[in-house]
Design a protein around this ligand. Structure first.
Ligand code: CP
Length: 313
């Protein structure tokens, strides 16, 4: 593939394996360049990105902002709480107003699944889905896949398990698409109330026990358990969840000897991940965050017309 032709990223489901690899290859070059302290600010100087976040975020919002600034862009972060949404302006009118200000790129996070697809139909500027409801979180999956690629020789036949609340997880959905497109085998496991019926139709296996889920896996990805899920009765208590589904040193040993543990963050230590795992050498949560900047730099640059050959590393 000589050029990346997409101008928006609404989901991993819209990418093919070649496009995913093209983004990852550029992210690798960007990481190398950044490690050598090469300045890449000339690449997108005088361009503007707007972060349009209607939902809380630490990692994604700051990561996009950092990535854009490292490419020389100016960044404007929309504050939903002080905006004219409070006066009744719709999300579509808000997005169209921001587009009329003339930025080059919009990242959007919202709790409504499918909102990015809906808004994009009405907008001309490039849009990146920064997490929409239960649907997709494509830049998170790309940084997860990139992190795996740094420590595993190939994605082909790699055994990946995703543990936790699969039903409400945009991270799970994007990673299932992404890993499968690259030839990996994906298994899911979690409380039966949080595993969508018919998920096998996505091509994943469903494990029946934590031991079965972890056995012989190369990658263990744990999802955050959201407090509101417990309140709605999807599982009895955080303590029981930790006992049945939490990853600790003992059960992590069921996975392969060189297995890695990933988590999109924020982590609930003592629930989905035991405190004793916090400094485990194969728990790569902070590497994921660092890599997120390089992956998002690659993504932003490509969506704005850049090419792999432009970055020398
Ligand atoms: N992983 C992730 O999306 O984290 P934030 O909600 O902090 O952006």
């Amino acid at each position: 593939m000589s050029k990346f032709n997409k101008t928006s990223l609404l989901g991993i489901s819209y990418l093919d394996a070649e496009e995913i690899k093209y983004i990852l290859n550029l992210a690798k070059k960007i990481k190398n360049a950044q490690m050598q302290r090469k300045n890449l600010r000339h690449l997108l100087q005088n361009r503007i990105m707007v972060n349009l976040f209607f939902e809380n975020s630490t990692r994604t919002c700051m990561s996009f902002e950092t990535a854009a600034k490292k490419l020389g862009m100016d960044v404007i972060s929309f504050q939903a709480s002080t905006s004219s949404l409070a006066k009744g302006e719709t999300i579509l009118d808000t997005a169209k107003t921001i587009e009329a200000l003339g930025p080059d790129l919009l990242t959007i996070r919202h709790s409504y699944s499918g909102i990015c697809d809906e808004l994009k139909k009405q907008l001309k500027i490039p849009v990146i889905n920064a997490g929409d409801g239960w649907h997709e979180h494509p830049s998170q999956a790309l940084l997860d896949i990139f992190t795996v690629g740094e420590v595993k020789p190939s994605y082909e036949n790699l055994k990946v398990v995703i543990v936790g609340d699969i039903t409400h997880s945009r991270v799970a959905r994007s990673n299932i698409w992404g890993f499968q497109k690259l030839g990996a085998e994906v298994t899911v496991f979690g409380p039966p109330t949080l595993i969508p019926k018919g998920i096998e139709q996505m091509g994943v296996k469903v494990a029946n026990s934590l031991q079965e889920a972890l056995k012989d896996k190369d990658v263990v990805m744990v999802l955050r358990i959201q407090r509101e899920r417990q309140e709605k009765g999807y599982f009895p208590s955080k303590r029981e969840y930790a006992n049945l589904y939490g990853i600790n040193k003992d059960n992590f040993a069921y996975a392969k000897r060189d297995a890695i543990l990933l988590h999109p963050g924020p982590v609930n230590y003592g629930v989905e991940v035991a405190h004793e795992m916090a400094n485990h050498p194969r728990f790569l949560v902070n590497t994921q965050v660092s890599n997120g900047v390089f992956v998002r730099m690659a993504l932003i640059y490509l969506l704005l017309g850049g090419e792999l050959k432009d970055v020398v590393a």
